[in-house]
Design a protein around this ligand. Structure first.
Ligand code: SF4
Ligand code: SF4
Length: 301
């Protein structure tokens, strides 16, 4: 239909000047992540809380945590140093929506002080339906949801998430996986219905969700997710990550490629979104995070 076509055009326009998605844009526009979100509300078996959320970041690196005020100072400072800065992301080190006060305080200040910057956030999706209004209000450009299974029985999910925090209680096993899935799908649907771009990440855990990922890809397409990215499980003792069930090893390049093929993915779009740390700075493929230490901007007025 023509309305579908115009949505497609709108999405393409947004993607074309986003450094994480467009081949043309990733050399000209830079992004910054600010690590304002330390807490998380679920446990992934592939996560170690000492490090950054594996949703969007390489495990094994620890980001400098910032208050919303410090984050905004840093962004304005970096914006003065790196002229191509166009995108600000909140991607951990925990979950952006498990820290809603900090996340939305940062977005609100940026919305007021730097309306030209595009904003995005990354989340496990558990709290997503509760924050759609705020995401829209501050003009957040797009949301990344990590979704590793759409198995309604909770069987696959229970091998990935030992528990979630739900209504101030820990919920375990299949029940936890079912709640998480229901919230992820509900949140994604609400976002795409309002025209907010949704990208999804799946962590490929061989022997656990490799058979499940084509179902995930199909469901995401139905919901209007514009891009689905498969990231390999990175499980190295030196990262402190583990895979609880059977000491699962990292996914190999071949396993990732096989999964991408099984999911019928658009390789051209995908290859430009890299895993980057929660305080990454600069053009995609480069990380100038180390240059911008807290001392360099925190005393700024
Ligand atoms: Fe860790 Fe991210 Fe999973 Fe939370 S959502 S447990 S921070 S990998
Ligand atoms: Fe946004 Fe993800 Fe790109 Fe970071 S890596 S700027 S969170 S799309």
């Amino acid at each position: 239909s023509s309305s579908q076509e115009s949505i497609q055009e709108d999405i393409m326009a947004k993607i074309n000047n986003h450094p994480c998605y467009s081949e043309g844009a990733h050399q000209h526009y830079a992004r910054i992540h600010v690590a304002v979100a330390p807490a998380c509300n679920i446990q992934c078996n592939y996560c170690n809380r000492k490090y950054d959320c594996s949703n969007e970041s390489r495990p094994g690196v620890t980001s400098t945590k910032l208050s919303p005020e410090e984050a905004v100072k840093k962004i304005l400072y970096v914006g003065g140093e790196i002229q191509q800065l166009s995108v600000v992301g909140i991607a951990g080190p925990g979950d952006a929506l498990a820290n809603p006060e900090k996340t939305f305080k940062t977005f609100k200040m940026l919305y007021e002080k730097a309306p030209d910057l595009k904003m995005c956030l990354s989340t496990n999706g558990l709290m997503l339906p509760d924050y759609i209004d705020q995401i829209q209000k501050y003009n957040v450009d797009h949301v990344t949801v990590t979704i590793n299974s759409v198995d309604e029985t909770g069987e696959v999910g229970s091998k990935i998430y030992p528990w979630i925090l739900w209504n101030h209680k820990k919920v375990f096993g299949k029940e936890a996986a079912k709640i998480l899935l229901q919230r992820q799908l509900e949140g994604i649907k609400m976002l795409t219905e309002r025209g907010i771009l949704v990208k999804a990440n799946s962590v490929l855990i061989p022997g656990v969700n490799d058979q499940e990922l084509p179902n995930v890809a199909k469901k995401l397409k139905e919901l209007g997710v514009f891009l689905h990215n498969i990231m390999p499980l990175l499980s190295k003792p030196e990262f402190g990550t583990y895979y609880g069930l059977n000491g699962q090893a990292s996914a190999t390049d071949q396993e990732v490629m096989a999964a991408q093929e099984a999911c019928g993915m658009d390789m051209k779009l995908m290859s430009h979104c890299r895993q980057c740390r929660a305080d990454a700075v600069g053009l995609i493929g480069e990380d100038r995070g180390e240059e911008f230490t807290k001392d360099s901007f925190v005393k700024m007025d």
